[in-house]
Ligand binder design. Structure first.
Ligand SMILES: Nc1ncnc2c1ncn2[C@@H]1O[C@H](COP(=O)(O)OP(=O)(O)OP(=O)(O)O)[C@@H](O)[C@H]1O
Ligand SMILES: [Mg+2]
Length: 264
């Protein structure tokens, strides 16, 4: 049975989609069968994975109840497009609206080791669906002054999901993304998070670099486009696999990296 991980943040542009894409890349390279699910009507994750724009059905049909999740898997990705925005609105008036994704994914999760859910940049119904379907929630935070408030708001939604519909949901941690640890700014953001949340903050920070935009544009994983930067995601995956107790994957990752994935 797969471990299902939702990646969320209170605001946009914190590197969620890049994290889902790259963590899926790492997981697949160490042999974990990994399903990536796009829950953002912007469809960025689907683009990153080069899913054809006319691929159908998508997650929209799955949430609308007109397709099974299994039918919506295209090369281990369940894509999204703008139609998802309409479906989200329609879902708002339905009973059990928070449970739709959980029910839909149940049949396919068994065939995977890891399911990664890419949430949209809001804490609305789609993100709640992800949190109700997930075993674990990973928060990404931009390295800026309001990082702490953003993480606190995301945590409130995690808590709501836990109290109401998914008591087993665990908060696996928060990763500081788009960071430049040479600046006081990023270091202060990290220190604030570490003071508030202790070891829930991943030691690994993901460095900010223009190479990520290039890598997205060219459709090449950062692991191949800039392995020196991709090392951040190998290290993050190492910490994540430890927290998920994916011991074998962790060992294979160390072999892949040539040494124990360095902590930074
Ligand atoms: N470590 C990084 N350094 C610099 N730029 C990055 C980094 N990671 C991602 N980016 C770029 O920042 C932009 C936003 O990244 P991404 O789409 O992953 O964020 P997001 O949180 O999913 O955004 P949204 O909230 O809109 O869904 C993209 O152009 C991406 O290429
Ligand atoms: Mg995104």
């Amino acid at each position: 049975m797969a471990a299902t991980l939702a990646v969320l943040s209170q605001k946009g542009g914190t590197g969620k989609t890049t994290a889902v894409r790259t963590l899926a890349d790492v997981a697949r390279r160490v042999g974990l069968d990994t399903l990536a699910v796009d829950l953002d009507p912007q469809g960025n994750l689907s683009d990153y994975f080069d899913v054809p724009p006319d691929a159908a059905p998508t997650v929209a049909e799955v949430l609308a109840g007109s397709a099974q999740a299994g039918e919506a898997i295209h090369d281990d990705v369940i894509p999204a497009n703008l139609q998802l925005a309409e479906v989200e609105l329609a879902l708002g008036g339905k009973m059990g609206r928070e449970l739709t994704l959980r029910r839909a994914l149940r049949e396919v999760a068994a065939g995977y080791d890891l399911v990664l859910l890419d949430c949209p940049p809001s804490l609305g119904l789609l993100t709640v669906n992800a949190l109700v379907a997930a075993d674990h929630a990973l928060i990404t935070s931009e390295a800026q002054y309001f990082a702490l408030q953003g993480v606190e708001q995301a945590l409130e939604v995690i808590e709501l999901a836990r109290e109401s519909l998914n008591p087993d949901l665990s908060w696996i941690g928060v990763v500081l993304n788009l960071a430049d640890m040479r600046t006081v700014h990023s270091r202060e953001a990290y220190a604030q998070l570490a003071e508030a949340f202790g070891d829930r903050v991943f030691e690994t920070t993901i460095r900010q670099s223009i190479a990520y935009a290039e890598s997205a544009e060219r459709g090449i994983s950062i692991l191949d486009h800039r392995p020196d930067l991709g090392a951040d995601y190998l290290a993050l995956a190492g910490e994540l696999f430890d927290r998920l107790e994916l011991t074998e994957a962790r060992a294979r990752l160390d072999a892949l990296a040539g040494e124990p994935a360095a902590k930074r």
